[in-house]
Write a protein that binds this ligand. Structure first.
Ligand code: HPA
Ligand code: ZN
Length: 333
């Protein structure tokens, strides 16, 4: 069975996490920025993570090469090209506005650069997209509120908000006002929870923030009552297997809870999170699952269907993608 081109939606993707080392070096040269890592090999040697924070340190440092609208557009176009080659037909893409503003890049530069590439995506790659502003949970809520107002004042083409960065010690309760404001502005609501944080962060993201979708959510498996709830409510969980291995949320892929999550009837889908850092795009994640767990075509199709149904795409687009997935399944025999 080939899973390379299963048509799917990618719902958990940080666009800054798609900056491949080669592009980092290229943008650094273009912008006259001296990186602490002199060569591509030096830079690549940094990609050994022990946990979420050790990854975030490099992720934020590497963003320093993003200065102009063209930088953001080039990064985004490179992702769209690579993801569409791997079967992604619809992508809901997060970016970290605070991380750019904090280093002196105007909000409009980041937004306009990313949005320009997304606006051409359907024509260039046949891929529909949406943009989501993710807020850094290790920063104060007030900072997020201010940036959200700035995004709204700019009329930025965002469909929703998310919550990312260092999870433990920064619970959903810290962001109740932010999510209230976003809801009143008509935005969709998602949040990272249960990646490194405890199961209570998942229930609090649902109950205190009104999150419609949970990014990661793997630690939910530690709480049977929460698992039963997530199954009953069919809460979408955007799971990122290769990310979880690389950030040591699980020791090995073989110990990843995705098979148990499927068996428990959870609404899980497969995503790449930060593909330039974690060893692969959505197709690579599917390939690892097929190799590691022997997932058959029905299981792969279930995961892809979950991603399409859990997206914020319109009903017509979802129907078209589900039909495409049905054709793929038939071809698998
Ligand atoms: N987890 C939390 N925050 C992030 C991640 C992640 O995997 N990637 C980028 N910001
Ligand atoms: Zn993430």
């Amino acid at each position: 069975m080939t899973t390379r081109h299963v048509p799917a939606a990618e719902l958990h993707l940080h666009i800054e996490g798609t900056l491949e080392p080669e592009l980092i070096m290229e943008l650094a040269a273009r912008n006259g920025i001296e990186l602490p890592h002199a060569s591509l090999a030096d830079l690549r040697a940094q990609y050994q993570f022990t946990d979420l924070q050790s990854f975030l340190n490099l992720y934020y440092a590497n963003m320093s090469v993003l200065r102009t609208e063209a930088d953001f557009a080039d990064m985004t176009r490179a992702y769209l090209a690579r993801a569409s080659a791997g079967g992604v037909r619809h992508a809901e893409i997060m970016f970290d506005p605070q991380a750019h503003v904090a280093r002196g890049v105007p909000l409009a530069t980041a937004v306009n650069g990313i949005a320009a590439a997304l606006a051409a995506s359907e024509q260039e790659f046949g891929m529909t997209t949406a943009l989501i502003a993710a807020f850094l949970r290790d920063e104060p809520e007030q900072s997020a509120l201010e940036i959200l107002e700035d995004l709204l004042a700019l009329d930025a083409p965002i469909i929703g908000i998310g919550l990312d960065s260092a999870e433990v010690g920064n619970p959903p309760a810290k962001f109740v006002r932010l999510y209230e404001r976003a809801r009143s502005a008509g935005l969709r609501l998602i949040a990272h929870a249960g990646e490194e944080g405890p199961p209570s962060y998942v229930s609090d993201a649902l109950d205190l923030l009104g999150a419609e979708r949970i990014d990661h959510g793997i630690r939910s498996m530690e709480d049977p009552a929460l698992v039963a709830r997530l199954a009953a409510e069919q809460v979408p969980l955007t799971v990122c297997p290769l990310s979880n291995v690389r950030l040591r949320a699980v020791d090995t892929l073989a110990e990843h809870p995705l098979p148990q999550m499927l068996a428990a009837g959870l609404n899980v889908c497969v995503n790449s999170d930060d593909p330039a850092y974690f060893g692969g795009y959505v197709d690579d994640n599917f390939a690892a699952l097929v190799a590691g767990f022997g997932f058959d075509a029905d299981t792969v199709a279930t995961l892809a269907a979950n991603s399409i149904r859990s997206s914020f795409a319109g009903a017509d687009r979802k129907a078209a993608l589900l039909a495409e997935l049905g054709e793929w399944r038939t071809q698998q025999g």
